[in-house]
Design a protein around this ligand. Structure first.
Ligand SMILES: [Mg+2]
Length: 384
């Protein structure tokens, strides 16, 4: 099997309801859908899921102009060669990893279809029968957050993640209210999306949250403040999770060496693809550091890619955010993703286990004039 054509289609798909985090408000996901065609007619799918730099949709042109020539004519198993070519072509753009990830995902989808296997079997095989999920709660007044939490707990989710921003008092109130209402059966994660400028600010907040038995506090400090994260981790009574500090496997290596996190939230779009996300999970396992799988949030293709990583990761230490598709009102694929009682079941293969809906792709296709114009000036959402 050889790749004969690579296309990237910008799409804008609405969320079920707008979501507010420390990074802004999001009401649509403006991403790119990568379609790789092979000489035997097989189609592989990838998704450019990114909320910064004009969103993933703005990277479609880069996929078609720069990355397509590197994969057309190649076989879908040539992942290492593609990674080296992509690194040469895109040496200085961290956000372009989301485009690389989409192409790697499409290659793995083709490879899985060629082998007649689900992608997780190309990533080491299934390490678990189901993946516990965590759903995110936006920054909103306490009662509004509680309403959403009641709905999610009613749907069977056992872990929720409260988003924090500038108002730490509101966050502490939210966490206290969640604990009071749901008791010890609810897992509570907290995500600060870099909202604390200093390690000391973060430590003070964590000490206020500690009485409510919080599972982890995610990325309290700016992405580049790895020393601050290390200082905080040494003092924090609650496990510290790194998110924005870790994009590529190289970032993970630096965070692990600095002992700057107890757990790393691993993303397919930020790492450069499912195989590279698995490499980060391997690095963490080797270093004795925990792993969770994060979400941008992705549509169905990206969620399936993250699911194959979650099912094959050597360790998975906390409920993960592999449910991006649930935040969206619609999708461009039919997925075989099944969520049952707050757990994700293994995706059906071969490949990713998703099927493109051409009518939906056309319905959500962005007009070229709109691409990159949406949230380009203001980063928007971060569900995880
Ligand atoms: Mg996060």
């Amino acid at each position: 099997m050889k790749v004969t054509r690579l296309e990237a289609v910008p799409v804008s798909v609405p969320l079920r309801e707008p979501f507010t985090s420390a990074l802004g408000v999001q009401s649509t996901s403006d991403y790119g859908i990568v379609i790789a065609e092979a000489d035997d007619g097989t189609v592989g799918l990838g998704e450019i899921s990114l909320i910064w730099h004009g969103n993933g949709a703005a990277l479609c042109d880069l996929v078609e102009r720069l990355l397509a020539p590197a994969v057309v004519g190649a076989g879908p198993f040539e992942l290492t060669r593609f990674e080296a070519a992509a690194a040469d072509l895109l040496a200085f753009g961290k956000h372009t990893l989301a485009a690389v990830a989409a192409v790697e995902t499409a290659l793995l989808d083709l490879a899985g279809k060629a082998a007649g296997q689900p992608v997780y079997n190309l990533l080491g095989g299934r390490a678990r029968d189901r993946v516990p999920l965590s759903m995110s709660l936006p920054i909103a007044p306490v009662e509004e957050v509680l309403d959403r939490a009641r709905r999610l707990v009613g749907e069977g989710f056992g872990t929720l993640k409260a988003k924090g921003g500038g108002d730490h008092g509101r966050l502490v109130e939210v966490v206290a209210a969640l604990r009071a209402e749901f008791g010890p059966r609810l897992g509570i994660r907290v995500d600060l999306n870099m909202a604390c400028p200093l390690a000391k600010d973060a430590l003070r907040l964590i000490r206020r949250l500690e009485p409510y038995d919080v599972m982890s506090v995610e990325q309290p400090l700016p992405a580049d403040d790895v020393d601050g994260m290390a200082e905080l981790r040494a003092l924090s009574p609650v496990p510290v999770m790194a998110d924005e500090s870790v994009w590529s496997p190289g970032d993970a290596w630096r965070v692990l060496r600095a002992r700057a996190a107890d757990i790393v939230n691993v993303y397919v779009p930020e790492s450069g693809g499912p195989a590279r996300a698995r490499r980060i999970a391997d690095l963490c396992a080797t270093a004795g550091i925990g792993v969770a799988i994060g979400s941008m949030p992705e549509l169905g293709i990206g969620t399936a890619a993250a699911a194959h990583v979650a099912f094959s990761s050597p360790r998975l230490d906390q409920p993960s955010d592999v449910a991006g598709h649930l935040y969206h009102a619609d999708d461009v694929v039919r997925t075989g993703l099944v969520v049952e009682d707050g757990f994700l079941l293994p995706p059906a293969g071969p490949g990713l286990g998703v099927e493109l809906d051409r009518d939906k792709l056309d319905a959500y296709r962005m007009n070229p004039g709109r691409v990159g114009s949406g949230a380009a000036v203001r980063p928007s959402l971060r569900l995880s």
